[in-house]
Design a protein around this ligand. Sequence first.
Ligand SMILES: [Mg+2]
Length: 341
Amino acid sequence: MNLIIKSLNLKLKYPFRISRETKTIQNNILVILEDEDGIYGIGEAAPVKYYGEYVKSVRAALRRMSKFLINDPFHIEDITNGLQSRFPADASARASVDIALHDLVAKKLNIPLYKFLGLNPSASGGSKVTSFTIGLDSIDMMCKKIEEAKDFPILKIKLGVKNDLKLLEAIGRKIRMRRTTIRIDANAGWTVKEAIKKINAMKDFGVEFVEQPIPPGNIDGLKKVRDNVDLPIIVDEDVKTSKDIISLAGAVDGINIKLMKCGGIREALRMINIARAHKLKIMLGCMIESSISITAAAHLTPLVDYADLDGNILITNDPFTGVTVERGKLLLSEREGLGIM
Ligand SMILES: [Mg+2]
């Protein structure tokens, strides 16, 4: 198979601020995987420096990976396992190849990817409603963003900074006027004590759950937070692959799976099965990504509880169309493969 690597520079509508950083542009990498019949699959890598990946490292890994893509594209398990053992640190690069392989084989079969995976997004409870993210900002700007997001019934509010309870109180009034569900993501910004205090103060704001309250690597701390609050705790930064799940069972209520952290659809399926076996709730999340990888994740939503797949809606120059959103609901087309145009 032939692998083509291109730049995909995504511009954010608003500077995207979370507890640890602000960004205005996200430099992703587009991959095109062409087989000997001239059929091609597309994928995308969104390198995140927090997880040790950069444009340069992804490009270098992809160039080296291209040597190992000589197999039949239907051998997805063999190919992705081979890449996982050779390139363990290059999760988003591996995800881009995994996504392109899935697009390619479903195109060869002339069916949508969800059908290849045996899933039915149009069944009741199939496809999910995605949350829409409101990044950290001034109270005025956060209110403006909330106003602009009035078509979304679920908002994810980024917190995890010193004055965030004041922020939540101010914007909470605006949110309460509508029937909006809110999810809070502290992005590891609180201490255990702070998390307990703040989460307990949030009870009346219609919060569904709280994501990653404290820095990763502190399972006892997570358990302490969970034992002292009433809201469910979902981890994101604490869980990258299926190997991370077992030790978190019993300490948290759920996990946030992202294709860019775990290395693609194949590993995401393993994570979903392991999380289910441990009675954990599952959210499918994303980085700042174009419609390519957001759509890839959307094909898996019949298997999960919550979707947070809005990365493509936060940018102004998405070159692609794939999954669409209607009042928050993710709608997949019946086109073959990922269904990207
Ligand atoms: Mg998160």
